[in-house]
Design a protein around this ligand. Structure first.
Ligand code: DOR
Length: 430
């Protein structure tokens, strides 16, 4: 019989987001699962990895990303995207359904799962669309997509404009206990451009106001209250949306929310460069909004951090600002940006920060609770929080290179980890 594989991670600081603790412990991995955790474990014959000075956390979950397959494989594939995800510490990712064709059927959910299995990098939990072809008219095959493995539905990239359709989506998903993820952006305002304000006026950029997001969020929150269904607000970018979610939670509405590293790191001042790699939807907003997003994360109004990893090819982005597609790659820089803006800035403890990328998305999506307890899958990341590094093009695993963060000094780094039986290293700890 094959000898069971055993690996001992020795002397690392183990981050337990569920119990908000960090302890110096050994972690013994056997056959792709956590076998033991504790002080000075003895494990004869096990591979020993010295983790002194490093942190060990459950693998991150990205509940909002774009892997572009099927249809836009020139920008990303499930294989290249999930490899980039692992490089960022994400062992589980949830691709949005705005592919070509959109993921609106059981067969397409199964296709994504099969491609992910073939690739063997991060685990994939598909998000199906709310409506057929994401057209906002007829409900997609929600029940059969859930049976096939979809963990939520969303027409991300567009808002479900028709209130009667959104009401039906919420009611239907309630029966399946699925969260409905809303991309809040009123139809009618200029779409997917810069934030309307001083910067857009000075630069002469086409712009949309933040009320486009907050008014859409307000309608969906009220519909969630009316239907008693579960609503999740995607990529929160402005102060008014944070206040509305806070208000809704206090009323007992079943609403959760996510934001992305760029909304707590950057403001629209970055657009002064006219670099289309800063164009994203919703757009970068003001410093007041940035601070409100941080406050929302700190008090739990915003539950989770997701990347909105949005690969686009070089040729697609090398056009004028107004016509460039919105979005940028985000897996590989997410942890470091949050570590810098939230933990080093003393807004969140390390364990609370990690919870926003592990236990919070797991709770929202009904995934197994990420933890480093005996019996759990050995999905974990090893972090060097002392690392200072600069993000450069030659380090990118994604098929696209549309990042606004090249050349930026980053703090804290994912150096490797485990995905069940597999070890992955981007920098070996030794
Ligand atoms: O910037 C964005 N890019 N926002 C979205 O909602 C969609 C995404 C994409 O698919 O490129």
């Amino acid at each position: 019989m094959k000898k069971p594989e055993r690996v001992l991670l020795a002397g690392g600081r183990v981050v337990d987001p569920g119990n908000r603790r960090v302890r110096i412990w050994d972690v013994l991995i056997q056959d792709g699962r956590i076998a033991k955790v504790g002080k000075q474990l003895r494990a004869t014959g096990a591979q020993r990895i010295d983790c002194r000075g490093k942190h060990i956390a459950p693998g991150f979950i990205d509940m909002h990303c774009h892997l572009r397959e099927p249809g836009q494989e020139d920008a990303e594939t499930i294989a290249t995207g999930t490899k980039a995800a692992l490089a960022g510490g994400f062992t589980k990712v949830c691709p949005m359904p705005n592919t070509d064709p959109p993921i609106d059927s059981e067969a397409l959910v199964r296709f994504e799962l099969a491609r992910a299995k073939e690739a063997g990098f991060a685990r994939v939990y598909p998000i199906g669309s709310c409506t057929k072809a994401r057209a906002g008219k007829e409900l997609a095959e929600i029940g059969s997509m859930k049976q096939a493995g979809a963990v939520a539905v969303s027409d991300d990239g567009s808002w479900v404009d028709d209130p009667q359709v959104m009401r039906r989506v919420l009611e239907y998903c309630k029966a399946f206990d699925l969260p409905v993820i809303s991309h809040c952006e009123l139809t009618g305002f200029p779409y997917g451009v810069a934030n309307e304000g001083l910067v857009s006026t000075r630069l002469g950029l086409a712009a949309g106001p933040d009320v486009s997001e907050s008014a859409a969020a307000a309608r969906d929150i009220l519909l969630a209250e009316f239907t008693h269904a579960r609503l999740h607000i995607a990529h929160v970018s402005c102060a008014a949306t944070v206040s509305l979610i806070r208000w809704a939670k206090a009323r007992g509405v079943q609403v959760t929310a996510e934001t992305c590293p760029h909304y707590f790191t950057l403001t629209d001042a970055a657009l002064e460069t006219f670099d289309t790699n800063f164009k994203v939807n919703p757009p970068l907003r003001t410093d007041k909004d940035r601070q409100a997003v941080i406050d929302g994360l700190a008090d739990g109004t915003i539950d989770a951090i997701a990347t909105d990893h949005a690969p686009h090819t070089k040729s697609a982005k090398e056009v004028e600002f107004d016509i460039a597609p919105a979005g940028f790659i985000g897996f590989e820089t997410a942890f470091s940006l949050g570590y810098e803006q939230l933990v080093l800035a003393k807004k969140l403890s390390l364990a609370d920060y990690v919870s926003r990328m592990t236990t919070a998305p797991a709770r929202i999506l009904g995934l197994p609770m990420p933890c480093l307890q005996p019996g759990a899958d050995a999905d974990l990341v090893i972090l060097d929080l002392k690392a200072r590094w600069t993000w450069t093009r030659d380090q990118v695993f994604s098929r696209s290179q549309n990042s606004p963060f090249f050349g930026r000094q980053l703090h804290g780094r994912v150096i490797g980890g485990f995905l069940g039986h597999k070890q992955f290293w981007f920098l070996h700890p030794a």
